[in-house]
Design a protein around this ligand. Structure first.
Ligand code: GTP
Ligand code: MG
Length: 195
């Protein structure tokens, strides 16, 4: 699945802009700055593919990447960016909702959680949205390299507890570091099992 060429396809700002639903698709959701774009870069082995920046809220469109002929990787706008204007936030939320509910070929959503911080209120909100849309989601912990080993288990327990209340949650967590490459093969293998 990851053998083919990877490329940026387009940024989408409305449902009418979505590419044809002609292949498997997975999306990456998470708070601004959690590491969505970095994860896509690590997954595809192409550093500059999805823009990764220090400026939260940089990715404001639904960004489509082709990964060979059979897979779309979808980088969703980061949520929970307090400084974005209310109207902008509401527009994203509407688009996100329509996308999650309406995209037939979406097989799994990966909800990225910063391993230092665990599940926050805005993460709960997106998980509830995924429950309602009946989109199976799986948590990917990011920035593992920034957590002290002694703090890891406590956060993992908090995440597991939060997931237990969400019917659409897939229970297995994937712990990653886009910087070090940890967990990236596991995530690739997980995507490869989806049909
Ligand atoms: P938005 O598009 O704004 O929602 O952000 P994003 O979720 O795409 O985050 P992005 O990939 O741009 O990463 C944000 C910052 O975190 C950047 O400075 C990255 O270099 C850093 N970062 C991402 N992943 C990791 C990681 O695994 N380890 C470390 N140490 N830093 C990371
Ligand atoms: Mg991004």
């Amino acid at each position: 699945l990851f053998a083919g060429d990877t490329d940026f396809l387009k940024g989408v700002v409305a449902m009418s802009g979505l590419p044809p639903a002609d292949r498997l698709e997975v999306c990456f959701a998470g708070r601004s700055n959690v590491g969505k774009s970095s994860l896509i870069n690590a997954l595809t082995g192409r550093k500059g593919l999805a823009r990764a920046s220090n400026t939260p809220g940089r990715t404001q469109e639904i960004n489509y990447f082709t990964c060979g002929p059979e897979l779309f990787l979808v980088d969703l706008p980061g949520y929970g960016f307090a400084e974005a204007p209310v109207a902008v936030v509401e527009k994203w939320q509407r688009l996100l909702k329509s996308y999650l509910q309406g995209r037939q070929t979406l097989r799994r959503a990966f909800v990225l959680i910063d391993h230092r911080h665990g599940v926050k209120k805005v993460d709960e909100e997106i998980m509830t949205l995924l429950d309602q849309a009946a989109v199976t989601f799986q948590v990917v912990l990011t920035k593992e390299d920034k957590v002290k080993p002694k703090d890891r288990e406590k956060i993992l327990q908090q995440v597991r507890k939060a997931l237990s209340t969400h019917p659409a949650a897939y229970p297995e967590l994937i712990v990653t570091s886009s910087d070090k490459g940890d967990g990236i093969p596991t995530l690739r293998a997980t995507i490869a099992t989806l049909e």
